[in-house]
Design a binder for this molecule. Sequence first.
Ligand code: AR6
Length: 179
Amino acid sequence: MDKELLARRINVVVDDITRIEVDAIVNAANHSLMGGGGVDGAIHRAAGPELKKACQRLRDTNWPDGLPDGEVTLTDGFKLSARYVIHTVGPVYAKTKDKSHLLANCYRNALTLAAENDCRSIAFPAVSTGIYGYPFDEAAKVVLDVLAEELPRHELDVTLCFFSDKDAEAFKMIMEEAS
Ligand code: AR6
C-alpha cells in the first residue's frame, strides 16, 4: 500500500458531515432510502424534506426493491452546502460472514459516481461502523485498501469525516501502521 499517496490524498477530519463544504457527501443509508438514525438522520434533517421526496422518486424509478448493499445512488443536496448526496448502504456486520467486499463497494462506487457527476471533492462518514456494527478497525483497513486502489484513478479530493476525535485518531494510527 502506498502510504504516502494515502497521506497526501486523504483529509481526515472530525466534524458533522452535514457542515462540510464539498461537492458530494456520502450518506450511510439503509435499503429503504427513507432516512433513519445516525448520519442518515442528520443528513435528512439538514437537507430538508426535499431530500426524502427525491429518495422516494429514486425508489419509484431506479430502485423499486430498495438499494442493495454496496450500491450507490445520487440526489441533490438541497439545503446542504454539498451539491450532491451519494446514498450508499453499508453491510450489517456479521461475525460469521465476510462482507468486506460490500463495504469496499460502497467507497469504490461512490468515488466513481462522484467522478461521473464532475465532482472534485467528496466526504465520507465511517460507513457501517455505527448502527450496522462493523468493528471500526476492520472497517478502516477495508477503506484504506480500497482508497489505495482507487485514488490513482481519480482526481477527487477525499475527506474522511469522523464524528469523534477517538475515531479520527484510531484511523490515523491504522493508516500509519498500514503496510
Ligand atoms: N457526521 C459524521 N458522522 C456521523 C454523524 C454526522 N452527523 N452522525 C453519526 N456519524 P451510522 P451505519 C457517524 O449508524 O453504521 C441509520 O439508521 C457515527 O458515529 O450513522 O452505516 C441508517 O438509516 C458512525 O461512526 O451508520 C441505517 O439504518 C458513522 O457515522 C443505519 O443507520 C456511521 O454510523 C446505517 O448504519
